[in-house]
Design a protein around this ligand. Structure first.
Ligand SMILES: NC(=O)c1ccc[n+]([C@@H]2O[C@H](COP(=O)([O-])OP(=O)(O)OC[C@H]3O[C@@H](n4cnc5c(N)ncnc54)[C@H](O)[C@@H]3O)[C@@H](O)[C@H]2O)c1
Length: 255
């Protein structure tokens, strides 16, 4: 487990995270648990998620609540969130993290493929926000963090529908911030650069990628999931009290 700043306000807070089983989501599950928060997360990666729950519990932190849930199935997502609220109580913090950056070429995109990409990368974010709204409204407080991507901002080719949905992340953040803000609920976007998750290393990090990082980042250190989780902790905590409708980029200064 890593050494992080302690955010006193996160102790006992109820957090819901999509895609918490591996990658950046895994770092978030660990980080929130280390803060003493009650974490609930969904993922389709059953084994990795169960193993994560075991590790967090064994380390002596509050045991996360995990359910297998495919977030493209909105009724299932809604039912799972409601079940989790029944177990740990209304959420104080929501992190919309799960996504899939599968590569595709413009010429190959069919209507079905378009819908499928949007169904994983964009649609669930709205419905999770909708699901947490009433509970947060009653508390008069809450923090929602939508995870974006620099991919479309730096004009990466190779996944135009992913880029479209990731650009929409910040539209959702700004589109909800005023309505939700009236009830003390903050909504922000955290935008990662190229983060060295195991999946990124296995699939995409080659010599050319190493050179890209050296050339494009101002900081030579590789970006790790923990760097993203740290920003998310700050925004989730009372320390980020007056931050809303903003985008926070964590990319090592990528050009
Ligand atoms: N890794 C990067 O370099 C990078 C860069 C920019 C933005 N991001 C963003 O950060 C977030 C996390 O990225 P990551 O690299 O950790 O992703 P990842 O693919 O490594 O992990 C995503 C998690 O979501 C889960 N998941 C996928 N589809 C799901 C579904 N239908 N239902 C439920 N769970 C599902 C996966 O099993 C996995 O555990 C994403 O929003 C991504 O767009 C990542």
């Amino acid at each position: 487990m890593t050494q992080l700043a302690k955010f006193a306000s996160l102790r006992g807070k109820r957090v819901f995270i999509t895609g918490g089983g591996t990658g950046i989501g895994e770092a978030m599950v660990i980080s929130f648990a280390e803060q003493g928060a009650k974490v609930a997360f969904v993922d389709i990666a059953r084994d990795a998620s169960l193993e994560l729950v075991r590790r967090v519990k064994e380390a002596g932190y509050p045991e996360p609540v995990f359910r297998v849930c495919d977030i493209t199935d909105i009724p299932a997502l809604q039912a799972t969130m409601a079940e989790m609220v029944g177990i740990i109580g209304d959420f104080d913090i929501l992190v919309n993290n799960a996504a899939n950056d599968q590569r595709h070429e413009t010429k190959d995109v069919t209507v079905d493929y378009w819908n499928e990409r949007i169904a994983i990368n964009q649609r669930p974010m709205f419905f999770t926000c909708q699901a947490v709204f009433e509970g947060m409204k009653e508390k008069g407080a809450g923090s929602i963090i939508n995870v974006g991507s620099i991919s479309w901002q730096v004009k990466n080719a190779g996944y135009p529908v992913y880029a479209t949905s990731k650009a929409a992340t910040h539209g959702l953040t700004r589109g909800l911030a005023r309505e939700f803000g009236a009830h003390g609920i903050r909504v922000n976007t955290v935008t990662p650069g190229w983060v060295m998750t195991q999946r990124q290393i296995d699939l995409w990090l080659d010599e050319a990628g190493e050179q890209d990082i050296k050339r494009n980042q101002c900081l030579p250190t590789k970006l790790m999931p923990q760097h993203i989780a740290s920003m998310i902790l700050f925004l989730a905590a009372d320390d980020g009290a007056m931050c809303t409708a903003q985008e926070f980029i964590v990319d090592g200064g990528w050009v």
